[in-house]
Ligand binder design. Structure first.
Ligand code: SF4
Length: 382
């Protein structure tokens, strides 16, 4: 399906652009020691070959920065430098990268007497001089302490947002618009809330989505997927990273997972209930996993699609889920929901259970219920 997208600004990062309707770019980050040039280049090339649009490399010392000079010579990938605490390294590495990521919560570590505004001005100047984009990367674990103390300690999202917004205001006032923002947390629900609130206020600023410390696959992918489903279906997100705890030799799994999540969202294969805001029939089915209890689920999802084609112009959502773990909960918000057990398919109308039916009896019953839902909705409209 055609996913709606927020009307974000275009931001060029090396050979690609994000925002403004461009395809959602998939990113990853190297996990090698940056000074180990051979290992870092090998990992960048592995990620690049897997389809990474942008690859981030951490730099925290002049030796790292020198290594980056050499790394740049050996790859064509779009590179981002992740400035850690030493923001002054920007001027050393900017000639070798396409984007500079800084964390507002790290700017106070060096030159404490200097206002953060001066440091951002410096970063914007360096980015401009070296044709780089910027990412303002706010992270739940390192929010600017000055912002944090202004808010209730139980509210971790507002300080992140306020920090991001004030940096955006400053960059805008400097006439620097080639930037995106990220608001990362390890809790997918906070990632969803933070990004939704940000996009509501500043829908024109491209967002880089990610769940930090998501963990190992498959759980880390599931957590990330849930956040991305809820945001990307609403038009939020211009570039993504799936952060996984995997050995260096498997780092490209981040790219594979990111691309799969994007394809699944665009095809309605989602694990959580997703409101795409469509005025037409919306069939969502889970992407399936090891929890599927009857392989017939896969075929059933396809049959549901074919059988319901006649209702394509009706704004009805049907969710088809593969197991009892997520099926009952994730079908609650759909007009009609099916979740598959070993021998029966459970049919629901909203949160109400209509019964369990054998696999070969479910389609006629679903059609009957779909006709009722269509009739009910058209009566409401009268
Ligand atoms: S609904 Fe069940 S089978 Fe489908 S992806 Fe979720 S956990 Fe796996």
């Amino acid at each position: 399906m055609e996913l709606r997208r927020n009307p974000t600004r275009a931001v060029q990062i090396g050979s690609i652009s994000i925002g403004s309707g461009n395809p959602i770019a998939v990113q990853s980050m190297t996990a090698t020691h940056t000074q180990n040039i051979d290992a870092t280049v090998a990992q960048i090339e592995d990620l690049f070959a897997s389809g990474a649009d942008v690859i981030r490399v951490a730099v925290d010392s002049t030796k790292d920065a020198e290594a980056l000079r050499e790394i740049r010579q050996q790859t064509k990938a779009n590179l981002v430098v992740d400035l850690q605490e030493n923001y002054r390294l920007a001027e050393v590495v900017a000639p070798f990268v396409d984007k500079i990521r800084y964390n507002p919560g790290h700017l106070y570590h060096h030159e404490r007497e200097k206002p953060w505004q001066e440091k951002v001005k410096y970063l914007a100047r360096i980015a401009l001089e070296h044709d780089c984009a910027i990412r303002v990367g706010v992270n739940c674990g390192s929010v600017d302490p000055a912002k944090k103390e202004q808010f209730d300690p139980a509210d971790s999202i507002t300080p992140m947002l306020e920090s991001a917004w004030e940096h955006c205001d400053l960059l805008d006032s400097l006439g620097f618009f080639r930037y995106c923002v990220s608001l990362k947390d390890s809790d997918p629900q906070k990632v969803i809330e933070g990004n939704k609130r940000f996009a509501e206020k500043r829908p024109e600023i491209p967002l880089h989505l990610g769940v930090t410390e998501a963990g190992m696959p498959p759980d880390g992918i599931v957590k990330t997927r849930i956040a991305f489903e809820q945001l990307i279906s609403q038009g939020i997100g211009d570039t993504i990273r799936v952060s996984l705890t995997v050995p260096n030799s498997r780092k490209s799994e981040e790219i594979v997972a990111g691309k799969k999540i994007l394809t699944d969202i665009a095809s309605g294969r989602v694990r959580s209930f997703v409101d795409y805001g469509l005025k037409t029939l919306n069939i969502i089915s889970c992407p399936s996993c090891s929890r599927v209890e009857n392989e017939a689920f896969i075929e059933l999802a396809q049959q549901v699609k074919e059988m319901t084609a006649y209702a394509e112009n009706h704004a009805v959502t049907i969710a088809v889920m593969g197991c009892r773990v997520n099926g009952p909960g994730e079908t609650d918000d759909a007009d009609l929901g099916l979740w598959c057990g070993p021998n029966f398919v459970n049919l629901k109308k909203g949160p109400r259970e209509l019964g369990a039916f054998p696999y070969d009896a479910i389609l006629p019953r679903l059609k009957h219920e779909l006709d009722l839902v269509i009739a009910e909705k058209s009566n409401v409209g009268k």
